[in-house]
Design a protein. Structure first.
Length: 361
């Protein structure tokens, strides 16, 4: 081989290796199972047997609010907006704090909080919330599910950082991040993609045992892919394991799935985002769900809608995507979606439920 050609091939190989190394350095590679970030301040009380427990789950849409149609809000990616203003970020932070202070749930599962993302001025949104809510929530667990120093998508063209967060009035003894199955796509693109997860927090119960709190945000439906089914299969396996061990647990989050019967209530322009046969059945056939099937699919289903898309063709909440599943050992007291004064804060609405823990044995 001529020397010039040999040098050319070596140069190309070196460049290729350098690009691979650069992409690897810019992207995030979590383990299948790893400790989640956990912090508790002060002498924190434990959950009590037999007590009532108030839980809230809320996708905060990174404090962006409802005055935008983002590029991903339309099926063809043609939404005109790429980021919220600083003023809207500050206003929606105030609004979230207002709602949380009025509700004062014992456990608060939040999704889509940003940290270090270019689109939200590199804010640490959990830290901003903690500054305002520290007196209510001495314990916090958190786990990223999208993180990269640079994403070359022209709508982003910078850093991303999106996390799950659980805030608790009660002590969290430990927390783990469990990697969910990923959407299958071109390998280079997959490196920059979100990596959905379960944030699993253990809250000791006085006298023995734990309350296991799971927080998640599943992938949306993708035509020709079974990622939702694979993610739900892993969720189901986790819940089955907890149930077999006699553990007390609850799961709250944005599952990106409709309950049965709601698809036909959506406008035709919205139906393609969801499969005709909802994979959610893998959970609700086996474990209590809030809202229940009768509530979410019955004549009063509108009161259980938790999603108000930033699509200009939709002018009100029109579907349920957020749920709380719970151990049969927990007794539901009441539940509701806070719709009346939260429509402008996020494209999701807070779902609130109260349970009674079993008494001491």
């Amino acid at each position: 081989m001529p020397r010039v050609l040999r040098y050319a091939l070596l140069s190309v190989a070196a460049i290729a290796i350098g690009l691979v190394a650069l992409v690897y350095a810019l992207t995030w590679h979590p383990a299948e199972r790893e400790p989640a970030t956990l912090a508790c301040t002060g002498d924190v009380a434990q959950v009590q047997p037999g007590q009532a427990l108030k839980v809230m789950t809320w996708n905060l849409q990174y404090l962006a609010g409802k005055r935008y149609v983002f590029y991903y809000d339309l099926a063809n990616g043609s939404g005109p907006d790429e980021r919220p203003t600083r003023e809207d970020l500050a206003y929606n932070l105030d609004e979230v704090v207002r709602v949380v202070r009025e509700e004062q749930p014992d456990i608060l599962n939040l999704q889509e909080l940003h940290e270090g993302a270019k689109a939200t001025d590199y804010q640490d949104q959990l830290a901003l919330l903690q500054e305002r809510l520290a007196d209510l929530y001495p314990c916090t667990s958190q786990a990223f599910y999208w993180k990269a120093a640079f994403v070359p998508d022209p709508h982003i063209f910078g850093s991303v950082g999106t996390k799950l967060t659980t805030l608790s009035r009660f002590r969290i003894a430990n927390a783990e991040r469990l990697q969910l199955p990923e959407l299958q796509q071109f390998p280079l693109r997959q490196l920059f993609a979100p990596k959905r997860a379960l944030l699993v927090s253990q809250l000791p119960i006085r006298g023995g045992g734990n309350l296991t709190v799971i927080n998640t945000h599943l992938d949306a439906h993708t035509e020709g892919q079974d990622v939702q089914q694979r993610q739900l299969a892993m969720v189901r396996a986790q819940l089955d394991s907890l149930q077999t061990e006699g553990k007390i647990w609850l799961l709250g989050g944005d599952l990106n799935l409709l309950p049965p019967g709601q698809l036909d209530h959506l406008a035709a322009s919205q139906q393609a985002r969801y499969p005709r046969d909802t994979p959610l059945q893998a959970l609700w056939e086996h474990y209590p769900m809030v809202p229940s099937i009768d509530e979410a699919s019955g004549p009063e289903q509108a009161s259980w809608y938790t999603h108000f898309p930033n699509d200009p063709r939709v002018d009100r909440p029109d579907r349920t995507l957020d749920y709380v599943f719970h151990s049969p050992h927990l007794t539901r007291i009441d539940a509701r979606v806070r719709q009346q004064d939260t429509l402008g804060i996020s494209d999701h609405l807070p779902l609130i439920a109260r349970f009674l823990l079993p008494p001491a044995q």
